[in-house]
Design a protein around this ligand. Structure first.
Ligand SMILES: [Zn+2]
Length: 147
């Protein structure tokens, strides 16, 4: 015989609800942040990602289909992005279509590199943390007893 156990009324209302998520002050959805960032800069086309670039990019990735960062680590991962080793500045920059300045990368490797270039992720992990920077979490000390 199966026992039917009813959840207490205060818990039953929460069954099926999405768990509450922590949102720090100033948090905005990703789409809002992206729209804001896009409004601050010129369109991809104007920044140099035009038809000529996509033609160059497609030909490059056909010839170099594997992520070179992963390959250096002994992995064979399909490349999805063509990365500029040295970021270019505008359509007229010769670095934009220079075969010596591009490499095939998978999405995670490209995100990691771009984040490092734009300063989103702080110093690279290999670098030691500067002195005086507190850890991200504060270790909890012993709990007070008897309270
Ligand atoms: Zn990779």
């Amino acid at each position: 015989m199966a026992l039917a156990v009813a959840a207490p009324a205060n818990l039953a209302a929460k069954v099926g609800d999405a768990p509450r998520q922590f949102r720090p002050p100033g948090w905005r959805p990703r789409a809002a942040r992206k729209a804001e960032a896009d409004a601050r800069r010129a369109s991809a086309w104007k920044r140099g990602y035009d038809a000529t670039w996509y033609e160059f990019r497609d030909a490059w990735i056909r010839e170099h289909p594997l992520c070179c960062e992963c390959e250096a680590g002994g992995l064979s991962v399909a490349a999805e992005h063509v990365d500029h080793v040295i970021p270019f500045d505008g359509v007229d920059d010769p670095l934009r279509l220079d075969p010596e300045n591009v490499q095939s990368l998978c999405r995670p490797c490209h995100s990691r590199k771009t984040a490092g270039e734009l300063g989103w992720s702080g110093p690279a992990r290999a670098e030691p943390k500067p002195a005086g920077v507190p850890p991200r979490w504060i270790p909890r000390g012993p709990r007070p007893r008897g309270t």
